[in-house]
Design a protein around this ligand. Sequence first.
Ligand SMILES: [Fe+2]
Length: 119
Amino acid sequence: MECEKDLFCGVNYADKDVEDMNELEKKHTPTIEVEELDESRYRVRIKVGEYKEHPNEHSHFIESLELYSGRTFLGRATFASARSEPVATFVIELDHKHPLVAFSRCNMHGTWRSDEKEI
Ligand SMILES: [Fe+2]
């Protein structure tokens, strides 16, 4: 199999507007919402399903969500199949700011990243 066609090789990234995404991209691309709490603290909500609901079954589900500021790891949430929705909220404190990026991991379709979110 060619690398470009292997969902489990590297990180999948739609890199396009929502209306141009295919079904697979809409179901897996995480989204980021940010609320500024003060000059260095933020409440960040990341989720899968904003563009199109992803299945949440024992055989097919979102296993985890991760949040980064640039290349700095900020947090990870893991989910049980069928019983937990792929939504996570983190409160973060940053003394220097890089764009936020979220990653989702599907047990059947690999790892997907969000667009960068400037803060
Ligand atoms: Fe999936």
